[in-house]
Design a protein around this ligand. Structure first.
Ligand code: ADP
Ligand code: MG
Length: 283
């Protein structure tokens, strides 16, 4: 994979008079090994613009956290990366998003295939009203990843193992997924996403409906998963962003204000708006 060529110089309020300004975002939007790349992305709901000229790369096998006040466009931007906004009437996008260098909005993109490669986990755990086994087996079955029942059994078991759920459910695979605890349901949804062998997993506030113990389990799981997957997580919990991510992007009123190493964003932010947010003065 190649490094994308767009480089950031400085934000307007950091640049000296006469210095070139190529984008408003503070920090390095490009990364060495981009999996997803957004360029000049604008998203509208009807006449309302929710996302304004976002440029951002998502790096391979790392966790990128999207943070910012409620309504700043985190979920909207997240959904643009697997075309989930296509399902919202009146939503419209301009700009370009590539996955492994290919435009995901091109006419010949198979959206079902795209959503298998870029899976999603939502705020509320949403298992299908089916058995634990069927929740995980459904995707591989419709994508033709298993020829025999034995193949499917292997995928179901390994996905549940990767999600840290196998030992808790192996004796009740035929029980309904909705009968599990909230934290288990969320790990089931993560297993379901992994069962179709995705490259990227998008998570939209995956712990906001969970208690602290269940949250800690999911955070540990996210940390383990980045060995094999590229993860983008939206969170309103800054401690969570600091704990699980390597790179953090701060959004404000639809704009990407700053992006950088999570360490740096939380200890030495480059933009006043980021600083105000992380110190609790705003949001
Ligand atoms: N389906 C929708 N229809 C119309 N407006 C929406 C829709 N979803 C989000 N918005 C608006 O877009 C903006 C960004 O929302 P969202 O992406 O949900 O922000 P966040 O996830 O950061 O809280 C908000 O002003 C919100 O009201
Ligand atoms: Mg949201």
């Amino acid at each position: 994979m190649t490094t994308n060529s767009i480089q950031v110089t400085a934000a307007p309020d950091h640049s000296l008079p006469g210095e070139p300004v190529e984008t408003r975002t503070v920090g390095q939007i490009s990364v060495q090994q981009p999996v997803l790349s957004a360029r000049a992305v604008n998203i509208f709901y009807g006449a309302k613009q929710a996302i304004k000229d976002i440029n951002l790369d998502i790096g391979l096998h790392s966790v990128t956290a999207l943070i910012g006040p409620s309504g700043c466009g985190k979920s909207t931007f997240l959904r643009s990366m697997n075309r989930m906004n296509d399902t919202i009437p009146g939503a419209r996008m301009t700009g370009r998003i590539t996955l492994d260098g290919e435009d995901i909005y091109s006419g010949d993109q198979d959206v079902v295939q795209l959503r298998a490669r870029v899976g999603m986990v939502f705020q509320q755990p949403n298992p299908f009203p089916k058995s634990i086994y069927e929740n995980v087996a459904y995707g591989p079955r419709i994508h033709g990843l298993a020829v025999t029942r034995a193949d499917l059994d292997v995928i179901v078991q390994s996905s549940l193992q990767k999600a840290g759920l196998w030992s808790e459910v192996k004796d009740r695979l035929s029980h309904p997924g909705t009968g599990l605890s909230g934290g288990q349901q969320q790990r089931l949804c993560i297993a379901r996403a992994m069962a179709v062998d995705p490259e990227v997993i998008l998570m939209d506030e995956p712990c906001s409906a969970l208690d602290p113990v269940a949250t800690a389990r999911i955070e540990d799981l996210i940390d383990e998963l980045r060995d094999k997957y590229t993860i983008v997580i939206v969170t309103h919990n800054m401690q969570q962003a600091a704990r699980v991510s390597q790179r953090t992007a701060y959004f404000h009123m639809g704009e990407l204000i700053e992006v950088g190493a999570t360490n740096q964003i939380f200890t030495n932010p480059g933009h006043r708006l980021t600083e105000d947010y992380i110190t609790g003065r705003f949001g």
